[in-house]
Design a protein around this ligand. Structure first.
Ligand code: BTN
Length: 257
């Protein structure tokens, strides 16, 4: 159980002030947040769960949401963002998690485009952004974050590819502390986005995956190449034997070239 009173107090004066909803058990905080968005819930609403019974990941995958071990949170935002920049939200969310991991757990994380957060090559956090549009403008978006905190192990087949802050640091992590660092970092990222910050340049500096990384891309027939930057929408560019390709949705993995 979170210390909700301490969280509420620490969030005073932030965009999340008086907007925290906690569920001991829920199917998916993202599903709930999307429903609340349609009901008119305000920018900065936070939906936090102790456990999810149907946590959702990108690409239709499930998100392993064991009780108490992880942070399972969805944040509803209503940014002024043109539809063709919606991916920027995914990028800033990844940078916020990276910052929180550095500040709270003193660990250096990498971001695998668009927003898998890795420590030592293993995934410690995943982000699912789900957006709704009105014409060419974003109406709202839900930023769903699953952060592996105090897991001592993972079920198969995750054990090869997943890690937690506890496993990486050797220390138990205080959920309130990490969550507050995360929300603070996200508020700063949203403010930067609003003030015209060069998100793409910052993301390029924050991730080793954007430039010069040999990768394989699991899209349609699949292909390999070397990453060569982001396009203006934030999509990853990959130089292949047949020219530069833009990664739209596929998973990107390291490859031996
Ligand atoms: C991924 O596939 O890497 C994204 C995982 C996102 C999981 C989080 S946990 C909180 C929120 N609620 C969900 O159902 N999914 C996201």
């Amino acid at each position: 159980m979170y210390d909700l009173a301490a969280l509420e107090t620490a969030l005073r004066g932030s965009i999340f002030d008086d907007k925290l909803d906690y569920f001991a058990t829920i199917d998916s905080t993202n599903t709930h947040a999307l429903a609340q968005a349609h009901e008119g819930a305000p920018h900065g609403s936070v939906y936090l769960a102790g456990e999810q019974t149907a946590g959702r990941g990108r690409g239709g995958h499930q998100w392993h949401s064991r009780p108490e071990d992880g942070i399972y949170v969805s944040i509803l935002v209503r940014p002024q963002l043109p539809a063709d920049r919606s991916l920027w939200l995914s990028l800033i969310a990844g940078m916020a998690v990276k910052t929180a991991v550095a500040q709270a757990a003193k660990l250096e994380a990498d971001i695998r485009w668009p927003n898998d957060v890795l420590i030592g090559g293993k995934k410690c956090a995943g982000i699912l952004v789900e957006s709704a549009f009105a014409g060419n403008a974003m109406r709202h978006a839900v930023i769903g974050i699953g952060l592996n905190l105090n897991h001592e192990n993972f079920p198969e087949p995750l054990s090869e590819t997943a890690t937690s802050l506890r496993l990486a640091s050797g220390h138990l992590q205080l959920r309130e502390h990490v969550l507050l660092n995360l929300l603070t970092a996200l508020e700063q990222e949203l403010a930067a986005l609003n003030s015209g910050d060069d998100v793409l340049a910052r993301f390029t500096g924050a991730s080793t995956w954007v430039q010069g990384k040999p990768v394989s891309v699991a899209e349609e027939e699949g292909y390999t190449g070397v990453t060569c930057g982001l396009n203006p929408q934030g999509f990853l560019q990959v130089e292949t034997a047949h020219g530069v390709r833009t990664v739209r949705s596929g998973g990107v993995r390291p490859s031996e070239l």
